[in-house]
Design a protein around this ligand. Structure first.
Ligand code: PEP
Length: 239
């Protein structure tokens, strides 16, 4: 299986900047040895969708609501995302969990995304104090079990292991700890679900993660939205 480089542009980039960066991704992906997906902000989705139309880069979204229609001011329906050509939808990102998202809402979102024919990218990860207490696998297991119980049998999904203390901090998780966690996740989700690592990955530190047996790719935030870093990633991925 080819590894997946999944870019989460968070709330960065104007629509014009997103369009330009999407074109750089489209070009880089032509000779890359990895599969590539990008998740821009909602307002740039349509434009980025057009920029990627003839490319090998898949379109992602950063969140979705769990209903397809109704009086839900400010929410975005999975059906609306599917209509724009979105393939992957991130659910349960730690930055959203920190704002009150629960295992239950993440599970409902994952099920709604799958029902509209897209692939949820389910983010899981422990807090620093949970790792310090040795509870990281217990925490991640509970997060995963909640989502797996809600997904229809046979639905495609991706897991992103993103320790919450590693995201946007410049302190990535040690590869040995990632290897242990990914093996634990593999024993829960089975062989078919890709498992990504995310948390302060950049062009200088990503290689040891991709070399690990149960790491099927990377979920990259900040560095994936910086044109210089994107260039460096694609130079490294050129086959
Ligand atoms: C993320 O947004 O999922 C992420 C991993 O962010 P960063 O790479 O900036 O730590």
């Amino acid at each position: 299986m080819r590894k997946l480089f999944f870019a989460n542009w968070k709330m960065y980039l104007s629509d014009e900047e997103a369009d330009a960066l999407a074109r750089a991704y489209a070009e880089g992906a032509l000779s890359a040895s990895v599969d590539v997906a990008v998740a821009p902000g909602f307002t740039a989705l349509e434009r980025v969708s057009r920029a990627l139309a003839a490319s090998k880069v898949a379109l992602g979204a950063q969140d979705a609501f769990w209903k397809d229609e109704g009086a839900f001011t400010g929410e975005v329906a999975p059906k609306q995302l599917a209509a724009l050509g979105v393939k992957y939808v991130i659910v349960g990102h730690s930055e959203r969990r920190a704002m009150g998202e629960t295992d239950e809402t993440v599970a409902r979102k994952a099920a709604a995304v799958a029902a509209d024919g897209m692939t949820p990218v389910v983010c899981v990860g422990e807090l620093k104090e949970e790792r310090e207490a040795g509870r990281q696998e217990e925490v991640v297991r509970a997060q995963l079990v909640a989502v797996l119980a809600a997904l229809p049998k046979g639905a495609d999904f991706v897991v992103a292991y993103e320790p919450r203390w590693a995201i946007g901090t410049g302190t990535p998780c040690e590869p040995a700890d990632v290897a242990a966690m990914h093996a634990a996740i593999r024993s829960i989700v089975g062989a078919d679900a890709p498992i990504l690592y995310g948390g302060s990955v950049d062009p200088k530190n990503f290689k040891p993660y991709l070399a690990l047996q149960d790491v099927d790719g990377l979920l990259v935030g900040g560095a994936s939205a910086r044109p210089d870093d994107v260039r460096a990633f694609f130079e490294a991925f050129a086959s």
